[in-house]
Design a protein around this ligand. Structure first.
Ligand code: ADP
Ligand code: MG
Length: 688
């Protein structure tokens, strides 16, 4: 690469994955340092911020024994003085620094022994003729320890990159069509890249960054849309032409309530997908309690009406069991064979089940990941519904494709409240439906924060609710690394609840991860049937449990839960007509993040707002629970801050592709070229 020597080139390749000139150009700074202003020594407040100082050297001294020898130089301005400390090149530096002279010094302060010093700053003699403001922003690049050892720290990398950019900028090709550049007043790609590595001012830098974000988001969205439309035209899907007896009978005779408008709309979207002749890949997003299970059931009935089997996959045994039961309850005496397959179904019953599945006598198979196993063979699988996608990898989704000669339709349901921007970037290649309405008659859950010491108030409140016939969850966090400790918390909590709520007046259930599945199930059933008043549990009940009579969710050690989890847990109550409550219990001392989470929960019930707060706090990779999706390693754009731009750019990409689906028009040549280079294909239709 560009005359930087083989050794350095190989370090860049190994450490940062930079192989070509293009890679180098696109290795953007992560931040800039403002060098436009000298900071006064007394103003230094933070160890993390690069600082530019102007001062006079008033002393220098080599101190310490052979091993810890260092040069200490004292720099002073009219507000105070600070030590510059050097550990390497001591003699040479000492000789080049003159006491009494004025220096421009630049470095990152270090806080040590109650005061700041500057380890190994850059320095030069102050030159009154020089305009220091010209180097307004200094770019900072991420580097690794190995690179620093090979003298390839941020500063050297910056020199290499800006030299390369200056020398070879004529090779930087435009990737966006001129009509888009004009319409959005973008600067050219060349200008943007030159500027992002050596900016001359705030305004041009902002323009460069905008241009690069725009392009990044545009190509991300365009690629999703292309994959999606290619899949639609290439991948054949079963045609579910009709809505038949199962669906109609269920709808007219068994449906216990009116569907919400959102449910109706979504069922229609799914039905339309499944009759087109191409495979459905749809994400169904709906907040907890919005009634996704019913939508899943209605979709599965359409599959049955067309002579196919359907399956519903849940992330845990408890959930699978619950789906199994609620589907059976919904369909009542209809002539539909629903079966359950989980990891704990073994031996003869498993064998029998597999036989009936293969000969087609099972219509709907509900279960866990166990369904993915190769030995599970369907007679004619037409629809796969996956509940709670965040525990389900993309690979697992792909496994289901192979369960029939043509890939079955796939419906992914998630309650993880991810906001639209994130959904658009993670699942942008899926079609997207949203249930944005809760069944009517639900009252918003009231959420309060109580400290651990408020235990008497809590128990009082719980007793009043139980008197009114309501049921209560008390949940403890379970975080793997400290499982034993957590279990102790749970057991201690259980004992104190037992003392306050004695038999025979009160009945208490307990469920935790170390119990056998059948024992868990037994306890769950007792709670569901209303035999027990209180369910003490770890987060095994996090997802999907449905007991409408439960109106109080007490979350212990709430400061240890993330926002998404808190929201999921809270969603376990508020499912019936009675007023529900969520009580977040914490210790007195809270970190600022924890306080923010608790306050967010007390302020709002809106899953989307919560997800946005979560995204702010944690960043996208963690929220989605999966880093597999390459779309999240954006270089310049930020999916939280650039939400508006993302939406704008997605619409643009949609319009461009609607007008020119195969990008054959001359004006769109740059876009086409971009994708062909990226995927190293000559045939454009292969991008998928
Ligand atoms: P989730 O979307 O969280 O999976 P569920 O499917 O478990 O929600 O539904 C929550 C509760 O609401 C269930 O008790 C379900 O029977 C009920 N429900 C679903 N749809 C409606 C509706 N249209 N009207 C009233 N209750 C409904
Ligand atoms: Mg559910």
């Amino acid at each position: 690469m560009v005359g930087i020597g083989e050794k350095k080139a190989s370090i860049l390749a190994r450490e940062l994955g930079l192989f070509t000139l293009k890679d180098l150009f696109e290795y953007y700074p992560y931040r800039y340092v403002d060098k436009s202003r000298f900071v006064k020594i007394a103003e230094i407040r933070s160890a993390e911020v690069y600082t530019l100082l102007l001062g006079k050297v008033i002393a220098k001294q080599i101190v310490g024994g052979a091993k810890s020898q260092r040069l200490v130089v004292r720099l002073a301005d009219e507000t105070g003085s600070i030590e510059l400390v050097f550990f390497r090149g001591i003699r040479w530096i000492s000789e080049s620094i003159n006491i009494g002279a004025i220096y421009v010094v630049f470095g990152k302060p270090n806080y040590f022994n109650g005061t700041f010093n500057l380890p190994h700053p850059e320095f030069e003699k102050f030159n009154p003729q020089k305009d220091y403001k010209k180097e307004k922003f200094m770019p900072l690049y991420n580097t690794t320890e190995r690179m620093k050892n090979a003298f390839l720290a941020s500063k050297q990398l910056s020199q290499i990159i800006s030299a390369a950019v200056k020398k070879f900028s004529s090779f930087i090709e435009e990737t966006l069509p001129q009509y888009i550049i004009d319409a959005y007043h973008l600067c050219s790609r060349r200008e943007a890249i030159v500027c992002i590595h050596s900016p001359f001012g705030e305004e041009t830098l902002a323009k460069a960054r905008f241009r690069l974000k725009f392009e990044e988001l545009f190509f991300m969205q365009a690629e999703h849309l292309l994959i999606n439309s290619n899949r639609k035209s290439n991948s054949r899907g079963f045609v579910f032409a009709k809505v038949g007896e199962n669906f109609n009978t269920f709808f007219s005779k068994h449906l216990p309530f009116e569907l919400t408008n959102a449910q109706k709309r979504v069922v229609k979207e799914i039905r339309n997908d499944m009759r087109t002749g191409s495979q459905m890949n749809r994400l169904l997003q709906g907040d907890v309690g919005s009634g996704k299970t019913l939508v899943a059931l209605l979709s599965m009935l359409i599959a049955l009406d067309n002579g196919y089997q359907a399956t519903l996959i849940a992330p845990t045994e408890i959930l699978a069991m619950q789906h199994f039961q609620s589907i059976n309850r919904f369909i009542g005496d209809m002539n539909i064979n629903v079966s359950l397959l989980t990891g704990s179904i073994k031996g003869k019953s498993r064998k029998n089940l597999l036989t009936s599945l293969a000969d087609g006598s099972i219509d709907i198979l509900v279960g866990t990941h166990a369904i993915l196993e190769e030995s599970v063979i369907f007679n004619n699988l037409g629809l796969v519904v996956i509940d709670e996608q965040h525990r389900f990898g993309v690979e697992q989704r792909a496994k289901m494709w192979t369960k029939n000669t043509i890939a079955p339709h796939i419906l992914v349901m998630t309650a993880t409240p991810i906001c639209r921007t994130l959904a658009m970037s993670i699942y942008g290649d899926l079609d997207y439906s949203v249930i944005d309405e809760l069944p009517s008659g639900r009252k918003p859950i009231l959420t309060t924060h109580l400290y651990d010491r408020d235990v008497l108030r809590l128990f009082d409140f719980m007793k009043k609710q139980i008197e009114q016939g309501r049921q209560i969850y008390v949940v403890y966090p379970l975080i793997k690394e400290s499982e034993k400790l957590d279990l102790k918390d749970l057991m201690d909590g259980y004992e104190s609840i037992e003392r306050a709520f004695p038999l025979p007046q009160y009945q208490i259930s307990i469920v935790h991860g170390q119990m056998k599945p059948e024992d868990k199930e037994y306890e769950m059933q007792r709670f569901k049937k209303g035999i027990t008043n209180i369910m003490v549990a770890t987060t095994v009940i996090e997802v999907g449990v449905d007991v409408p009579n439960a109106t109080v969710m007490v979350i212990e050690n709430a400061e240890r839960f993330g926002l998404a989890q808190l929201h999921q847990l809270r969603g376990r109550v508020g499912r019936g007509a009675n007023q529900s409550y969520c009580i977040l219990r914490t210790k007195d001392e809270l970190s600022s993040d924890a306080r923010f989470r608790i306050e967010t929960m007390c302020r709002t019930n809106d899953g989307f707002e919560i997800s946005r707060a979560d995204l702010q706090l944690r960043g996208p990779g963690d929220v989605s629970g999966t880093r597999q999706s390459g779309v999240l390693d954006l270089k310049v754009a930020d999916i939280v801050k650039d939400e508006g731009l993302m939406a704008q750019v997605r619409t643009l990409a949609q319009n461009v592709l609607a007008d020119d689906p195969h990008l054959t028009k001359t004006q769109n040549l740059p876009i086409r070229k971009y994708f062909m280079t990226k995927h190293k294909v000559s045939d454009f239709s292969m991008i998928s």
